[in-house]
Design a protein around this ligand. Sequence first.
Ligand SMILES: Cc1cc2nc3c(=O)[nH]c(=O)nc-3n(C[C@H](O)[C@H](O)[C@H](O)COP(=O)(O)OP(=O)(O)OC[C@H]3O[C@@H](n4cnc5c(N)ncnc54)[C@H](O)[C@@H]3O)c2cc1C
Length: 400
Amino acid sequence: MITASPSVALDIGHPRLSLIQGITLKRNSPMAKHLVLVGGGHAHMMTLANINAFVAKGHRVTVIGPSEHHYYSGMGPGMLGGTYSPSDIRFATKHVVEKQGGVFVLGKAVRVRSEERQIELESGETVCYDVVSFNAGSDVPRLNLSEYTENIYPVKPIERLMDAQARIKELASQRSITIGIIGGGPSSVEIAGNIWQLTSGYGENQPRVKIFAGSRLMAKYPEGVRARIEKSLKSHGVEIYTNGFVQTIEPDGIILASGERYDLDFIFLAIGVRPNAIFERSGIPTGPDGGMLVNSFLQSTAHPEMFGGGDCIYFQDHPLDKVGVYAVRQNPVLYNNLMAALEGEPLQVFSPGGDYLLIFNMGGGKGVLRKKWLTFDGRIAFIVKDYIDRKFIKKFQAIE
Ligand SMILES: Cc1cc2nc3c(=O)[nH]c(=O)nc-3n(C[C@H](O)[C@H](O)[C@H](O)COP(=O)(O)OP(=O)(O)OC[C@H]3O[C@@H](n4cnc5c(N)ncnc54)[C@H](O)[C@@H]3O)c2cc1C
């Protein structure tokens, strides 16, 4: 049994013709199974691009997502800064799924009923699966925010950065404003650099930008990277506060642990991310951060029919940074293993690989690059990032 949104008639396990949003599916073989993808994030890109391969083998594929598009986070700050438009950085998930004979269900998965092999959606509807894969990402913790959050924006989901951009433009067109960014990590510094880029022509109304970085900006990064980023931000007039952690967020300001208060007109939350809460809510084994605990096959340690990738998993062999690089590297293994799980073939091991290239978009067409012993900043760093990012997204947009 399977239920989904009213416009989608799903019928799993009963081999007969069914009409799904205008697409006539071919008759399933008796061995046909139902693959469900929860979230069309960075780790599912290759699987999404190959839905027709699953369909050709007689399997059904359903993708659940809260948006018809997936936004590439690597280009998110650049979209805020105006370098990219939303259509430059997004992938048309629904279109790609349906074009290949899959079903796209617009909705948010909230719970897994592992005994019944069902995914429960926020709407209360359920979707049954034989094999399921999670790439539902991570969220910025909302802390104890009041109801009034009109001018408070978490840095994820990425699509919300467009709303933030519009709101900043609106406020700055009326008066001189102060923007606070809570957190001192990579997304904070990229957001700061790109607010500067967005508003550098505003003259007197150019917003003041303050980063509340706790005790140290980019504390987890090598000194060569940290110092270059700090220098870049300071050259744009960004103020960096390292005099303590933010304890209270109010609609119009923040209070540090010391009791010191700062008035703010607009706040970005860049305090790190936490894996999607689906697994904790469902009693699925998780790592200490709440991500689904997976073995070297990217497979749940408790449920062999469950797989996952990206920020929402906890890789048992050794924890991975919450960066898109790992999600991207997981693509071929996840695709192979989902097919293998449906077809009864052997699974592949995921190896995270070595050091990865880090490039930060600091706004103004400049970046900071680090790979192993090499660190430099300036235009070339941004050009390299822009080239890699555009190439990545274009590869998947081409499927559209
Ligand atoms: C501002 C910013 C800039 C960054 N820049 C970089 C960078 O340059 N390079 C880098 O390597 N990393 C970067 N990161 C980190 C990177 O965003 C994450 O590591 C990466 O997005 C993880 O990919 P993912 O597919 O797991 O998650 P996501 O990109 O978050 O994708 C998750 C998908 O699941 C969907 N989804 C969410 N909830 C549900 C649900 N309940 N049910 C169904 N679907 C759901 C979402 O709509 C989304 O499509 C950046 C992060 C931020 C915040």
